[in-house]
Design a protein around this ligand. Structure first.
Ligand code: XIL
Length: 807
């Protein structure tokens, strides 16, 4: 969906112009649009600026200066407050105290500039592993370049330096700097503590580097009690190991009453980033009671991209970030890391060849990104909440957490309080967690009803049972003395069921529908119950497929429910032993296609971004960052286009998109759907998931025909189990490959036409990357790939016909 900007009345009201003059045609500054956004509960909009360019009495850059003053309500000194700049010479020791030779001139210039222009300042950064002054003794690093010598000072001295650095800097600007990035980048990518001189100065830094972080916040707060203090990090906009570590840290700091008021998401991104899940992430942190900020945003594109598609992709990423911030009330500002391509660290310091990451050109002309930000700020409206509640149940839990809450990411704010240590357990895929019921006491409970049970509704969940010897409930909602509805496992029949209580209790007092399939312990299954009031049916779907339906008598009136929605239990017990993930509730009937869609393990729309909009929200990446796209030159691309490298007759250099962590369990039934368009001849692969020696499947072209193939083992010598289709020709073609573990079949559908299946097939587990355009053991794809959907279920022809056409 595209939101075109119009100038809302609120925006006009926020302008201090009494009557429009000819200058009214000038664009409204971002700060004004931002302040008026969110119906007046707006945000600040800022940028990093460089002191050298605003130098009042020398060679500053006047247009830069004027623009910075006019456009922004917030300013960050880009490098003028970092330690190596503020303390260029070594302190001396006198009478047991350190005497520091500070140089505040550069920071003062920026702060004065902000004061003159009525701007708020964010101070970057008090404590950072980088930016150790050059006077700090060095030793040769692994690459021969000198690095700070960790042994140079005793831990005691380093802690004194840290305290002085924090206290003196905050003190110096007390009342003038409103926000401090207190600690920056304390984690490595895998979520472990990042080594630094500060970290090593505290005892036991490896198991726990918490000490220097907590101290820094306390010292900063003591120096200026009115400043807002935040922790700053990059690579935490999506569900990464680092984001989870940061979450646990912030939770711990809050539990310990450490004065932390916010979390800064740097948001240095690139043009293909989907930013899927960013708003969820902001919301999760906000639920810890902190504000959230976008602190250093830029979106890198090629230096050569002065027109065309990359500028649109860039605008899209900026637009998504603005929308994510506005969607979350606790998000208070967006700060750009530079506002003109003439002065950006991207392309010079970082990612050479990938400059033009900002929103204005070298000559301060608006790029599509600038216009897009303005449009998002002006046109934002509260998102329409399609769901009544959505508990992903993948909340992160610190080991010592006492009270767990399953957050509701639907936007309705209906979190579920968790009884017992049920969250944070192994989930549906490696790297993802789920709710784990102990069968006795665990459950997650909302404070009030989520659904009006007399009206039509739909509830779905993923569940994996460990015990099939008793009745258990996956999800229910309370009436006065029992559940108004429940979905669960029925021991007598050994089936899934969906049950609803009758107000008048004529007949049995409730009506229920049983599945025809029998749950297998340990197998994740998607179960959906639909109460279709107009049609008068209770309908049960298993793994996205309509499985069974019953029609209660016309007198049936579902019991009204005024109590909690419960996950993993019902009002009268029946606690589930096993795992639950991804519980969704809707106050309407979902279509068959929508229910099928919820079972997808990956959906890559590939409209200029490589994000996954399924539950897992994985952002795919392309290794050499040179993927191309298909579409009209002045519009967002509508498909991926992979081409061979310049000297690449064997297509080894052709690019591919990598998706991690593991997407599919290839030892169980699954389906892979993709639209493809050929631009070369020979064998090639559109979608594959890797094992160690082999890809576990490949969907693509083999011996000139459309083909779905599964090697018999993850070994060098294998038998290829293959379904071939008709001759592969150019033009968009829809391919679906299906592995049916029960039938031991593989099937291929070409443009919804079933090909002759292969029988007696075996598949095996593969735990590595899913690729678009590449396999371990076949040439790469050359041509278009679009709308890739992955399901952990063997689709039938009927279901395949529900898959939407490519968009
Ligand atoms: C960058 C500056 O923009 C560069 O000029 C400097 O050479 C290196 O630092 N994350 C941060 C910022 O927290 O402080 C960094 O700023 C960019 C990455």
């Amino acid at each position: 969906m595209k939101r075109t900007g119009f100038i809302a009345a609120a925006v006009m009201a926020a302008m201090f112009m009494v009557e429009p003059s000819p200058a009214a045609a000038d664009p409204i500054p971002l700060k004004t649009l931002a302040a008026a956004a969110r119906a007046g509960d707006g945000i600040m909009f800022g940028s990093a600026i460089q002191s050298a360019l605003i130098d009042p009495d020398s060679d500053g850059d006047e247009t830069y200066e004027q623009r910075a003053a006019a456009e922004f309500s917030l300013i960050a000194p880009e490098n003028d407050l970092i330690w190596e700049v503020t303390e260029p010479t070594e302190p001396t020791r006198e009478g047991g105290e350190w005497v520091h030779n500070y140089a505040w001139n550069r920071a003062e210039e920026v702060v004065d500039f902000a004061d003159r222009n009525g701007q708020t300042i964010i101070g970057h950064h008090l404590v950072w592993h980088s930016s150790v002054p050059s006077w700090w003794p060095r030793m040769p690093g692994p690459d021969g370049k000198p690095i700070p010598n960790p042994e140079a000072y005793t831990p005691q001295v380093v802690r004194e330096f840290l305290q002085d650095r924090v206290e003196d800097t905050v003190n110096r600007f007390e009342g003038r700097i409103g926000y401090w990035s207190v600690v920056n980048e304390v984690f490595a990518e895998n979520g472990s503590w990042r080594p630094s001189i500060w970290q090593r100065a505290y005892p036991n830094p490896v198991p726990d580097s918490y000490g220097y972080i907590a101290d820094s916040f306390r010292w900063a707060h003591a120096a200026d009690a009115n400043a807002k203090l935040y922790i700053n990090e990059y690579g935490v906009e999506g569900n990464t190991a680092k984001a989870r570590a940061l979450y646990d840290l912030v939770k711990r700091l809050r539990n310990d009453n450490v004065p932390i008021h916010g979390v800064g998401f740097q948001t240095h991104r690139k043009l293909t980033d989907g930013l899927t899940g960013f708003a969820d992430m902001l919301r999760r942190f906000a639920d810890l009671g902190v504000e959230v900020y976008i602190t250093e945003m830029d979106v890198r594109i090629h230096d050569t991209a002065t027109s065309g598609v990359e500028l649109l992709q860039q605008a899209e990423v900026y637009g998504r970030a603005v929308r994510a911030c506005l969607d979350v009330a606790a998000c208070k500002f967006i700060n750009l890391w530079g506002f003109t391509d003439a002065h950006s660290w991207i392309g010079t310091v970082f990612h050479i060849g990938w400059g033009r990451a900002t929103v204005l050109t070298n000559t301060l002309a608006a790029k599509p990104a600038y216009n897009r930000i303005a449009a998002e700020l002006a046109g934002w409206t509260a998102p329409v909440q399609n769901m009544a509640g959505w508990w992903r149940l993948d909340d992160w839990v610190a080991p010592d957490d006492a009270a767990m809450v399953a957050s509701d990411v639907s936007g309705h704010g209906r979190p579920a309080a968790v009884a017992g240590f049920a969250l944070g357990n192994e989930g549906r895929m490696p790297g993802y967690t789920a709710f784990r019921g102990n069968g006795v006491s665990t459950q997650a409970t909302t404070t009030g009803p989520v659904l009006q049970t007399p009206q039509s509704f739909t509830v779905s969940a993923w569940v994996s049972l460990t015990d099939t010897t008793r009745d258990q409930v996956v999800v229910s909602q309370d009436a006065a003395t029992s559940a108004a509805f429940s979905i669960g496992f029925n021991v007598a029949s050994q089936k899934w069921y969906f049950s609803m209580a009758d107000t008048y209790a004529q007949g049995p007092g409730f009506y229920q529908v049983f599945s025809t399939v029998t749950p297998q312990p340990g197998a994740w299954t998607h179960v959906t119950g639909v109460w279709n009031r107009a049609w008068g049916r209770l309908v049960l779907y298993v793994n996205g497929k309509l499985n069974a339906a019953v029609a209660p008598p016309a007198s049936f009136l579902p019991k009204a429910s005024t109590g909690s929605l419960r996950i993993g239990a019902a009002l009268n017990g029946r606690h589930l032993a096993g795992s639950i993930s991804d519980v969704r509730a809707y106050q309407r009937v979902l279509s068959d296609a929508e229910i099928l869609d919820a079972t997808s393990l990956g959906y890559f729309g590939l409209n200029g971004q490589t994000g996954d909009t399924s539950f897992f929200l994985r952002d795919g990446s392309s290794r050499p960052e040179v993927i191309r796209w298909l579409g009209t030159p002045d519009q967002m691309p509508n498909a991926l286009r992979l081409t061979a490298g310049p000297n690449d007759s064997t297509r080894i250099e052709a690019v591919a998109v990598d998706i991690r962590p593991q997407v599919l369990r290839t030892d169980r039934s699954y389906s892979v759907s993709a639209w493809v368009n050929l631009e070369a001849t020979g064998d090639m692969v559109a979608v594959a998931q890797d094992g160690i020696h082999r890809s576990a499947f490949r969907l693509g072209v083999r011996a000139g025909k459309w083909s779905f193939a599964i090697p018999s083992a993850d070994a060098d010598v294998v038998t290829m189990q293959v379904v071939n289709g008709p001759t592969a020709v150019a033009g968009w073609t829809h391919l679906v490959g299906v592995y049916d573990a029960e039938a031991r079949q593989i099937r291929l559908y070409v443009n919804n036409v079933a090909q002759t299946p292969a029988a007696n097939v075996t598949s095996w587990a593969s735990a590595n990357t899913l690729h678009l355009g590449q396999a371990l053991d076949a040439p790469r794809w050359v041509g278009g790939i679009d709308d890739v959907r992955i399901y952990q279920t063997p689709l039938t022809l009927n279901e395949i016909s529900l898959i939407p056409a490519r968009s």
